[in-house]
Design a protein around this ligand. Structure first.
Ligand SMILES: Cc1cc2nc3c(=O)[nH]c(=O)nc-3n(C[C@H](O)[C@H](O)[C@H](O)COP(=O)(O)OP(=O)(O)OC[C@H]3O[C@@H](n4cnc5c(N)ncnc54)[C@H](O)[C@@H]3O)c2cc1C
Length: 433
C-alpha cells in the first residue's frame, strides 16, 4: 500500500530526516492506512497547540502531506512561557511572546479551536466540548502540565489568583508582573520553587534574575527569598555567580534541607510556614509541584509518577496503543521538560508515526535540548545536551552539549544574551511559523 515515493526512501535517509528534523522538502507519501473510512489517507489528531503539539502537527504534514492532520487547541493565541520571565522583569512585551495558528493552517493542518473533553482509547475517538466526536488512526497528545494543589496545606486552585505561579503564561504572567511593580519599597518577594520533576528546570531561577533586575532599578532595598523544595537546581553555580555579580545581597536561596521545605501557606496573610520559620512576604510566587496535564490523567495515560510512560523511541504510550504523548506530560528519560525538548520529541514522534502508518520499522532519532537563561537582559547562561536511544531508553550522549563556563567575561555572557533571543526567534518560527 505504500507509494513508490515512500518506498524509495532508504532507512538511512529516514534516520537523517528525523535526526535533523528539518529536511524541509522531504515528504513520505503513503496511502490506505485510515480506519476512519477516508480512502487514501490516515487521520492523525494532535491535542494541544503548544511547543510539542503545534510542532508535531507541522512535521506530520511535512513528512506525509497526504495525511489528514487535525490540531485541537482551545486558545486562538498561544503565549509562550519562554520569554515570560522577561515580561515579568519589565523589559519585554506580551505581544513579543504571543503566536497564532495561521502558519499551521498554511502548512495544511486543520486547526480546531476547541477543548477536548475526553478520549476513548478503545474506540479511538475524541469528544470535544461542543459535543462533536472525531476519530483517529493515531493520536498525539501534548497537554503540558497541571498543578498538584494538595501538597501544601492552605492552598487550592484559587490560590493562583492571589499568589500567581506564572508557570502557564498569560494572565498569570501579568498578575505577577503587576504585583512586583506594586510592591512596597524594601519589601520581600518570596518564591516557593517546586520539587523535581517540573517544567523548565532553570525557569524559576531565570525569573529570580529578571525580578532582581527590576528591583535593582525600582526598589533597590527589596529582598528576594527563594524557599526551594529541592537541594540543588539547574545551572546553580552559574546562576549564583550571576546573582552575586549583579545583585549583591539581594537574593537569598534556601535549600530544602537548610529550611526551604514548606509546610503550609496562609494565602490571605501572605505568609509561608517553612522549616526556615514563618515568612511574611509582600509578593509570593508559589510555583506548585507538578504533574501531567489533566487530559492525560482522564485518558488513563499516567503512572504512579504522575507523568506518562512512553516507548522512548516512538513516544507511543506504553498504556494505550496508537496514542503518542510528547512534551512536558511524557517521561523521556534525562530530557528536561522544556519547549526545546517538546519540539525535538515532536519531530521524532511525527517521523515514527508516518513510518508506523506505512508499516515500516521505527527509527531511533537523536533528540536535543538547549536552555538559555537570562540573569540580566545582557547576561545569559546556557545548557545544551544531545540524546540518543539505546537499550530501550533515551540516554544523554556523553561529551555532547555542556554548560556555559564559570567566570566567563561579560562579553561572553552578552553574546549568550544575544543567542537567547536568537534561540527564541528560531524555535517560535519553527513551531508557529
Ligand atoms: C517561566 C518559564 C520559562 C520557560 N523557559 C523556557 C525556555 O527558555 N526554553 C524552553 O525550551 N522551555 C522553557 N519553558 C518550558 C516550556 O514552556 C514547556 O516545556 C513547554 O511549553 C512544553 O510544551 P508542551 O507542548 O508539553 O505543553 P504546552 O506548551 O503547555 O502546551 C499544551 C497545550 O495543550 C493545550 N491543552 C491542554 N489540555 C487540553 C485539552 N483538554 N484540549 C485541548 N487542548 C488542551 C493547552 O491549551 C496548551 O496550549 C519555560 C517554562 C516556564 C514556566
Amino acid at each position: 500500500m505504500m507509494s513508490s515515493k515512500f518506498s524509495k526512501l532508504s532507512r538511512r535517509q529516514m534516520i537523517q530526516l528525523a535526526a535533523a528534523g528539518i529536511a524541509a522538502p522531504t515528504t513520505l507519501a503513503l496511502t490506505g492506512c485510515s480506519t476512519t473510512g477516508r480512502k487514501g489517507a490516515g487521520e492523525v489528531v494532535v491535542i494541544g497547540g503548544g511547543f510539542g503539539g503545534a510542532a508535531a502537527a507541522k512535521y506530520l504534514k511535512r513528512y506525509n502531506p497526504e495525511l489528514n492532520v487535525t490540531l485541537i487547541e482551545p486558545q486562538k493565541e498561544y503565549i509562550t512561557c519562554p520569554g515570560s520571565n522577561w515580561v515579568i522583569g519589565g523589559f519585554h512585551e506580551m505581544k513579543q511572546i504571543t503566536h497564532n495558528y495561521n502558519a499551521s493552517r498554511r502548512n495544511g493542518v486543520n486547526v480546531v479551536h476547541e477543548f477536548v473533553d475526553s478520549v476513548d482509547p478503545a474506540k479511538q475517538t475524541i469528544k470535544l466540548a461542543s459535543g462533536k466526536t472525531l476519530s483517529y488512526d493515531r493520536l498525539v497528545m501534548s497537554p503540558g502540565i497541571d498543578f498538584k494543589w494538595d501538597v501544601h496545606e492552605g492552598v487550592d486552585s484559587n490560590t493562583e489568583k492571589h499568589l500567581p505561579h506564572a508557570y502557564k503564561a498569560g494572565d498569570q504572567t501579568l498578575l505577577l508582573r503587576d504585583q512586583l511593580q506594586s510592591m512596597k519599597q524594601g519589601g520581600t518577594f518570596a518564591m516557593v520553587a517546586p520539587p523535581n520533576p517540573f517544567r523548565c528546570p532553570p525557569g524559576p531561577y531565570e525569573r529570580v534574575g529578571t525580578v532582581a533586575h527590576y528591583l535593582k532599578q525600582n526598589n533597590p532595598t527589596a529582598k528576594i527569598l527563594i524557599l526551594d523544595q529541592k537541594n540543588a537546581f539547574s545551572k546553580q553555580g552559574l546562576f549564583q555567580e550571576g546573582w552575586r555579580n549583579h545583585y549583591g545581597q539581594m537574593i537569598e536561596w534556601v535549600a530544602s534541607q537548610d529550611g526551604g521545605k514548606v509546610h503550609s501557606l496562609d494565602v490571605k496573610n501572605k505568609t509561608i510556614n517553612a522549616d526556615y520559620g514563618k515568612v511574611k512576604a509582600d509578593v509570593i510566587n508559589y510555583i506548585p509541584p507538578q504533574k501531567a496535564g489533566k487530559l492525560a490523567f482522564a485518558t488513563g495515560l499516567t503512572n504512579e509518577s504522575g507523568y506518562c510512560p512512553v516507548n522512548q523511541q516512538t513516544f507511543e504510550s506504553t498504556i494505550h496503543k496508537n496514542i503518542h504523548v510528547i512534551g512536558d506530560a511524557c517521561i523521556a528519560g534525562p530530557m528536561p521538560k522544556s519547549g526545546h525538548s517538546a519540539t525535538s520529541q515532536a519531530r521524532t514522534c511525527a517521523a515514527n508515526i508516518v513510518l508506523a502508518m506505512a508499516g515500516r520499522e521505527p527509527i531511533s532519532a537523536k533528540n536535543v535540548n538547549t536552555c538559555y537563561s537570562l540573569v540580566t537582559p545582557d547576561y545569559a547562561i546556557s545548557v545544551a545536551a544531545i540524546y540518543d536511544f539505546q537499550d530501550g531508553k533515551i540516554v544523554s550522549v556523553e561529551g555532547a552539549g555542556g554548560v556555559s563556563p564559570m567566570g566567563a567575561t561579560p562579553d561572553v555572557r552578552k553574546m549568550e544574551a544575544i543567542y537567547t533571543q536568537g534561540w527564541y526567534n528560531s524555535i517560535a518560527d519553527e513551531v508557529w511559523g
